[in-house]
Design a protein around this ligand. Structure first.
Ligand code: R5P
Length: 304
């Protein structure tokens, strides 16, 4: 029987997931020493167990990453037979290529660290790019939330699915195919990191109800600027489906001013209180089904 433990980022999701799967959730002690080094301790041995460790490497990304690595090491040392890292949000995923001079490929290093810590399998949700899977030698399941989003948009006619940048084109094509509508793509550029500009639109948005799809809202600059441009170009209404609510800096106050009717997102990153135009899709059944496949208790009724 598998056991589940969690880092500080997603304890409530992990508890829900362990109940959904009927597997035991084990508390862990996650504290800091005086100099801020992490102190991680399991409360029981894990001889010959399959252990699922739930952690999103969301803000504070470095602490959450280190917590995960130390939990994996502790589980190994406590006798675990196999360690499965369930990382709904994989921090550093956007740094998947050398996009500026003399910089690292941070996502590849994070993959190397996870493998070095002896993770045996990774399950994640909506990886920033498909090629990230190529950084790993271990098995990776990258779950696609598109099917969950489809039924959450307010029913409207004259729809167009909008990708806020070229990188999100495949995501937009997939949603548009499910809804049987056209797509539009925005020309997003970045002069410096964390700020973006939106210029032309490829496709028609005038007199259309726009559904923006993206993997991450971080500063929400991308989402807010996309919504403003779409409105300026004659869009009737705007809804957005964004998998990972990073929501750093002034994201929430900027979103409050942006012309967006509804934001559909997930609990891949924990937030206590979000505004009423945020709507959450339940990712527990999808994560649970993926885990059941990995730990060998496949439920054939749930296919994602
Ligand atoms: C970029 O390639 C991603 O898909 C997101 O569009 C981006 O990370 C969002 O960041 P922000 O909310 O800070 O504009």
């Amino acid at each position: 029987m598998a056991k589940m433990i969690a880092g500080n980022s997603l304890k409530s999701l992990a508890k829900n997931l362990s109940q959904f799967l009927g597997i035991e959730y084990l508390e862990t002690q996650l504290e800091h020493f005086s100099d801020e080094e992490l102190r991680v301790q399991l409360t029981v041995p894990l001889y010959e167990e399959e252990v699922v460790i739930v952690q999103s490497t969301s803000k504070p990304a470095n602490d959450h990453l280190m917590e995960l690595l130390l939990l994996v090491d502790a589980a190994e040392r406590a006798g675990a037979r196999r360690v499965i890292a369930l990382m709904p949000y994989f921090g550093y995923s956007r740094q998947d290529k050398p996009s500026y001079e003399w910089g690292p490929i941070s996502a590849r290093l994070v993959a190397t660290l996870l493998e070095a810590s002896k993770v045996n399998h990774l399950i994640t949700l909506d990886f920033h790019s498909k090629q990230l899977e190529g950084f790993f030698q271990i098995g990776v399941q990258n779950l696609d939330p598109t099917a969950l989003f489809v039924n959450c948009f307010d029913a409207l006619n004259d729809l167009v699915v909008v990708s806020p940048d070229i990188g999100g084109l495949i995501r937009a094509q997939k949603l548009a195919q499910s809804l049987g509508c056209d797509i539009a793509v925005l020309n997003k550029t970045r002069k410096t990191y964390n700020t973006c500009e939106m210029k032309q639109i490829i496709g028609t948005v005038r007199h259309k109800n726009c559904l923006i799809i993206d993997d991450i809202m971080d500063t929400a600059g991308t989402l807010c600027k996309a919504a403003i441009l779409l409105k300026e170009e004659g869009a009737l209404s705007i809804q957005a489906a964004i998998t990972h609510p990073v929501l750093s800096g002034d994201a929430l106050s900027n979103l409050a001013k942006a012309p967006i009717d509804k934001i559909i997102t997930t609990h891949s990153i924990h937030h206590d209180n979000l505004p009423s135009n945020f709507h959450f899709v339940d990712i527990v059944p999808m994560l649970g089904a993926a885990l059941e496949r990995v730990i060998g208790r496949q439920n054939k009724d749930i296919i994602y």
